[in-house]
Design a protein around this ligand. Structure first.
Ligand code: MRU
Length: 352
């Protein structure tokens, strides 16, 4: 860990209690108005926290699942056979929470593999899960820091547009796209951030603005429909976003609205960067058309601040993610380096 670049006020929003029995989560639904820490002991509660967006962001979902499984395993039966059966069911339950972010399945595969190798009584299996979860989270954090090292110097000076929230809240800490922005700021680059508000759940307005303000990085919020006009007036120099899944050919699934930003960037000849840990790349999937896109509750669209904005009886649509084709992506920043989308498959083969 190159902890020299981590901020002293480092935010770790998904963590295990010191005794390993409790998953502690900073409840993202309450931000920025209130900072509420949830204490979760059971896998079902962890699954519901992921589904309800108390914890969200692809890497953070994976971390919550791994740590939540470790914490929840204290409630499994003591005999080894039933214990393993309970663990398998818990992994199945967590896998059903959100379909798009591949990091969740990556984290659960990591935990399943650790369990398969573990031997001994329930206490030994619990210890193996805890160790595996902590290793997973440490790896994710290190990946964010490395992405910042690679990506920070790439960002041009000026105004950087970002979409959704990709910061400490969405990861094991530090952030993917926001980690790159943080690093650029640390390096003294003269940047300011425009955060798309990111309807319908407002991750940009609520969470990205909260994180950047906390860090003292200049930030302003814009409604999602403003970016094009600002680009046409030369007021945006680059865009950087995270990803929930990147396919072998470099298609990028990310928060709904990302595709629109990428199209606008191409039209205005502005670089469009994606920052994501290698665990976000799904090498088994070739095209973005194969990525399962989560459809969320329509009330997220109908309501704003709890108040209904649409006439009763009118329908809505709420796909939570879109897919940006590889052709619109300038570069993908990972902890292994910076790649053009068409270089990913070769980079994966070279790493084997
Ligand atoms: O529905 P969410 O809030 O979990 O969606 C999050 C995003 O789309 C993020 O941009 C993505 O997970 C990258 S986070 C580092």
């Amino acid at each position: 860990m190159t902890d020299t670049i981590l901020d002293p006020a480092f935010l770790q929003p998904v963590r295990l209690s010191p005794d390993g029995r409790v998953l502690q989560l900073l409840d993202q639904r309450a931000l920025p108005a209130r900072e509420i820490w949830l204490e979760l002991r059971e896998v079902e509660a962890v699954a519901q926290a992921i589904e309800s967006l108390a914890v969200r962001g692809a890497p953070a979902i994976g971390c919550a699942a791994a740590l939540g499984l470790a914490a929840g395993s204290w409630g499994f039966p003591e005999a080894t056979g039933p214990w393993r059966e309970a663990a398998a069911q818990a992994i199945e339950r967590l896998a059903r929470t959100r379909p798009t972010a591949v990091n969740l399945f990556h984290a659960l595969a990591h935990m399943r593999a650790a369990l398969a190798l573990a031997v001994g009584d329930a206490a030994a299996l619990r210890a193996a899960l805890r160790q595996a979860a902590l290793v997973y989270v440490a790896g994710e954090l290190q990946a964010c820091v490395r992405m910042g090292e690679f990506g920070g110097p790439l960002l041009p000076e000026g105004t950087i547009l970002t979409h959704c929230n990709t910061g400490a809240l969405a990861t094991a800490g530090w952030g993917t796209a926001l980690g790159v922005i943080r690093r650029a700021h640390q390096l003294g680059r003269d940047i300011r951030v425009l955060a798309d508000e990111t309807r319908p759940v407002l991750q940009g307005a609520r969470l990205t603005a909260w994180e950047l303000q906390r860090d003292g990085i200049p930030v302003e919020v814009i409604a999602d429909n403003m970016a094009g006009a600002l680009m046409s007036r030369g007021q945006i120099q680059a865009a950087i976003v995270g990803a929930d899944r990147i396919t072998r050919r470099g298609d990028v699934a990310n928060k709904i609205g990302t595709y629109t930003v990428a199209v606008l960037c191409r039209h205005h000849n502005i670089p469009f960067f994606v920052a994501a840990p290698w665990s976000t790349i799904d090498l088994e999937m070739e095209s973005g058309a194969e990525i399962p896109i989560e459809a969320r509750d329509l009330d997220e669209v109908h309501l704003h601040g709890g108040v209904r904005m649409t006439p009763a009886g009118v329908g809505a649509r709420n796909p939570a993610f879109d897919v940006t084709p590889a052709e619109l992506v300038t570069a993908i920043i990972t902890e292994r380096g910076v790649f053009r989308p068409d270089e990913l498959a070769a980079a994966a083969a070279a790493a084997k």
